[in-house]
Design a protein around this ligand. Structure first.
Ligand SMILES: *[C@@H]1O[C@H](CO)[C@@H](O)[C@H](O)[C@H]1NC(C)=O
Ligand SMILES: *[C@@H]1O[C@H](CO)[C@@H](O)[C@H](O)[C@H]1NC(C)=O
Ligand SMILES: *[C@@H]1O[C@H](CO)[C@@H](O)[C@H](O)[C@H]1NC(C)=O
Ligand SMILES: *[C@@H]1O[C@H](CO)[C@@H](O)[C@H](O)[C@H]1NC(C)=O
Ligand SMILES: *[C@@H]1O[C@H](CO)[C@@H](O)[C@H](O)[C@H]1NC(C)=O
Ligand SMILES: *[C@@H]1O[C@H](CO)[C@@H](O)[C@H](O)[C@H]1NC(C)=O
Ligand SMILES: *[C@@H]1O[C@H](CO)[C@@H](O)[C@H](O)[C@H]1NC(C)=O
Ligand SMILES: *[C@@H]1O[C@H](CO)[C@@H](O)[C@H](O)[C@H]1NC(C)=O
Length: 702
């Protein structure tokens, strides 16, 4: 057990009291009191007016999906992220200014494509198109910029989610911790900011951190602060009131920082502490990402109280050439059971996952391996697919992810930050930037033994509305088949493709060096692919996003399957990301090819083979929006017909909005301004009467 005493909030009850006053100073007091009360009365009246104005304006009516946030005045994009000591958050195709690197974090700019002015939205953008991009069932704040998920946890019946947030605009900067709670990971209440940059040790940013739940149920939060001198330090915080299920108030430990960069580590290369796990000696252990030269490393610390730390010799792991490791995650997965494990579990039934977010290429990589508790090191199963050089969680846009163990449902859940692929000018016009992925359950894939399985949490299925099933649809080589399911902006799609076995045997077209990125996209025909579905497509296919398989066959007749998403024709707009994403997907003998796609306006999350390979993309169509967006099956292979079985659900919108006390009563949210309308005048009257009574008392005394 851990001594949690140092973690108890310090008492603030040293209030001083006014004691007896002397009669000879009462005259001036009377004058001051009269002036004071007069000013107080005027002040309160002004506060009343302003308060009502604000409460009316701050209210968000109805679905956030359609709310129009206040436009942020366009700012000149400057570099954010790397300069401050975290990674750049730009998609690689943009050329322009940077935000992040100089402040010591990764790049956070959605840079404007070279040649396109940064502050002007080109044709054909208009407000209808931009408003359509806001999602209906993904977590996003009401407005402004968001990035990394922080300290996710389940406590007292509520899932808590914290996130890197800029309260002042739709670009990275001024980072604090946003906070929201949910009963089901899908519907959310926004809560007040959990932590702001109010101390010297986090003045430049309250950056990423993780939660640990202690055996007695108490919570500790470790996070990175960027100090007034832009040094990356680790800080400790905890809930002010563990009886409050919403954990609204957070207390920063008075002795912060608890960890500073050790000798030999650059002051801007020391960030993102993990959730702690227990050693067999009963100590807590954490790991923190860093680098030495070009070698990405993860430092290991032991602690008994989260205040004093002992650095272990050596690292959890190091991989040369991978650069700075951000947001390291370390957790066990069960080899034999389909459930998640508490972070402290170890043993022969378990493999350990190391995940790193590479500052240099801004992708999340993981590897499976063995953890050696004695010396605090981890060794990968397959060195050729070590962390940072092998498997990615997601082959699209997905970064700075973090898992937590959900003791409520015995599962491990993954959150990931999904950036934008449009311009900053568009983000500022919309007033928001970034999403969180649908939380994914994580399991070890014991059929392949070499990868994890990621799958949207089951709760997302509660949003499924009506569905249509298309059974055994024959999709001939070179054809496109429309699927009539109504509007295509909010969908959950599952599809299975059965291959013509004879064609697979006969096919000659062999190019095993195929890759999604260089394979020419969905428009380039091969013998055994591409085939799959088109989402966010308009009737004439002038805009379309193919999510597809491509099977390559080598000269020995061995098949290799790829899973891709082609953004090249996803939008007529010139200023959005149009990459082709994807990778290899393991397919075992006798397995059909299967996929699941969640479409939610500007985000498309695609899972192949039960989640062995995942691709998240951001799509910004100009025509294939609202009622005009459709779904099709397509097959652009030359030598095979595929039989597709598809089920498609329309998806409801989630309930994501600010919490108000009326939510207890499940009332119309308009009514929550009633307490102020009612209470403020009462406060005002009570204050005035008290003042007058005071003056009366004082005059009596003199
Ligand atoms: C935006 O353009 C589309 C297509 O040209 C049009 O249907 C829509 O009405 C326009 N919206 C506004 C607000 O102008
Ligand atoms: C702590 O939270 C509980 C539940 O919300 C509340 O009843 C109690 O008054 C709070 N305690 C303090 C000291 O704020
Ligand atoms: C794989 O997992 C299943 C349960 O998901 C279990 O029944 C089976 O024994 C496991 N196989 C191996 C080889 O561990
Ligand atoms: C840690 O211990 C394991 C198991 O004894 C060993 O294989 C590994 O080489 C050790 N690592 C280091 C860095 O000493
Ligand atoms: C759901 O119902 C609507 C209205 O009846 C219909 O237009 C749409 O095609 C249906 N969608 C699915 C996926 O079944
Ligand atoms: C094989 O694929 C590579 C990369 O995708 C491409 O450059 C090459 O032209 C292809 N070769 C053949 C014979 O199709
Ligand atoms: C299929 O290939 C043809 C010819 O390359 C191309 O014009 C068409 O757009 C492709 N279909 C899809 C759905 O990509
Ligand atoms: C593959 O799909 C076909 C047709 O839907 C089905 O009959 C068969 O059972 C599937 N095979 C597997 C292994 O799921």
């Amino acid at each position: 057990m851990v001594d949690t005493k140092p973690l108890l909030p310090a008492s603030n009850s040293d209030g001083s009291y006014l004691t007896g006053s002397r009669v000879n100073i009462l005259k001036p007091i009377k004058v001051y009191l009269t002036i004071f009360c007069g000013l107080l009365a005027i002040g309160l009246f002004a506060a009343l007016l302003i308060g009502n104005y604000w409460s009316d304006n701050a209210r968000i009516h109805g679905s956030l999906a359609t709310s129009t946030s206040k436009r942020t005045h366009p700012l000149r994009p400057v570099s954010r992220g790397p300069a401050q000591g975290v990674s750049e958050k730009t998609s690689g195709i943009w050329a322009g200014v940077s935000r992040g690197p100089t402040q010591g974090v990764s790049e956070k700019t959605n840079r404007v494509r070279a040649g396109v002015p940064w502050n002007i939205l080109p044709e054909p953008w208009n407000s209808t198109m931009l408003e359509w991009q806001r999602t209906a069932f993904h977590f996003q704040p009401e407005k402004n910029w968001m990035n990394d998920p922080n300290g996710p946890l389940f406590y007292n019946g509520w899932y808590h989610f914290f996130y890197q947030y800029n309260p002042n605009g739709a670009v990275w900067g001024d980072i604090v911790w946003g906070h929201a709670v949910s009963k089901d990971l899908i519907n959310w209440f926004h809560l007040p900011l959990a932590m702001v940059a109010d101390q010297w040790y986090d003045k430049n940013g309250v950056w990423t951190g993780s939660a640990t739940i202690l055996p007695d149920g108490k919570i500790v939060m470790l996070y990175t602060g960027s100090t007034t001198e832009a040094v990356q330090v680790q800080n400790l915080a905890f809930p002010a009131n563990h009886s409050d299920p919403f954990l609204i108030d957070w207390v920063k430990y008075h002795g912060n920082p608890v960890l500073v960069p050790p000798p030999g580590i650059y002051k801007k290369d020391f960030r993102d502490p993990t959730t702690a796990w227990l050693t067999s000696e009963g100590k807590w252990r954490i790991t923190i990402g860093s680098k030495r030269d070009k070698t990405g490393i993860s430092l290991v610390y032991d602690t008994k109280d989260f205040i004093n730390y002992e650095m272990l010799e050596g690292e959890l792991h190091a991989v040369s050439g991978t650069g700075m490791w951000e947001c390291v995650d370390f957790f066990p997965v069960s080899k034999t059971e389909e459930k998640g494990l508490d972070t402290s579990i170890n043993g022969p039934e378990v493999k350990h996952v190391v995940k790193v977010s590479l500052d240099d290429d801004r992708h999340d990589y993981y590897a499976l391996g063995t953890y050696h508790e004695k010396n605090g090191s981890w060794i990968p199963d397959l060195p050729e697919i070590d962390v940072g050089i092998g498997i990615r969680y997601d082959y699209g846009i997905f970064y700075a992810s973090k898992t937590f163990y959900d003791q409520n449902k015995n599962r491990r859940v993954l959150w990931g930050w999904i950036g934008e692929g449009d311009s900053e000018a568009a983000d500022m016009e919309k007033g928001w930037a970034s999403l969180q992925s649908i939380p994914r359950t994580i399991l070890f894939d014991n059929n392949t033994g070499t990868n994890l399985l990621q799958w949207p949490v089951e709760e997302i299925e509660s949003l499924r509305l009506n569905s249509t099933e298309f059974e055994k649809v024959e999709v001939k080589a070179g054809s496109v088949v429309p699927l009539d399911v109504g509007p295509g902006s909010q969908l959950d799609i599952i599809a299975e493709f059965e291959m013509d076995k004879e064609a697979l045997k006969k096919a000659t077209g062999s190019n095993i060096t195929f890759s999604c990125q260089t394979g020419g996209g969905a428009a380039k025909s091969g013998a055994l692919g591409p085939f799959g579905i088109l989402v966010l497509a308009d009737e004439s296919l002038s805009e379309q996003t193919p999510v597809y398989f491509y099977i390559a066959k080598d000269s020995d007749g061995d098949l290799k399957t790829f899973f891709c998403t082609d953004l090249s024709r996803s939008s007529k707009a010139p200023d959005v990301d149009k990459q082709i994403f994807g990778s290899y997907v393991p397919v075992l003998k006798d397995e059909n090819l299967s996929l699941r796609v969640l479409v939610d306006h500007s985000i498309v999350e695609s899972f192949a083979q039960g989640g062995r390979t995942v691709i998240t993309s951001r799509i910004y169509p100009t025509e294939a929006i609202d009622g005009a967006s459709r779904v099709f099956l397509f097959n652009n292979a030359t030598e095979t017909c595929v039989i597709a079985s598809v089920k498609i659900w329309q998806m409801d919108s989630a309930f994501i909005r600010p919490y108000s006390d009326d939510d207890d009563k499940d009332d119309d949210d308009r009514k929550s301004s009633a307490p102020c309308l009612l209470l403020c005048p009462i406060n005002y009257i009570v204050s005035c009467v008290t003042c007058l009574y005071f003056i009366y008392l004082v005059s009596k005394l003199s």
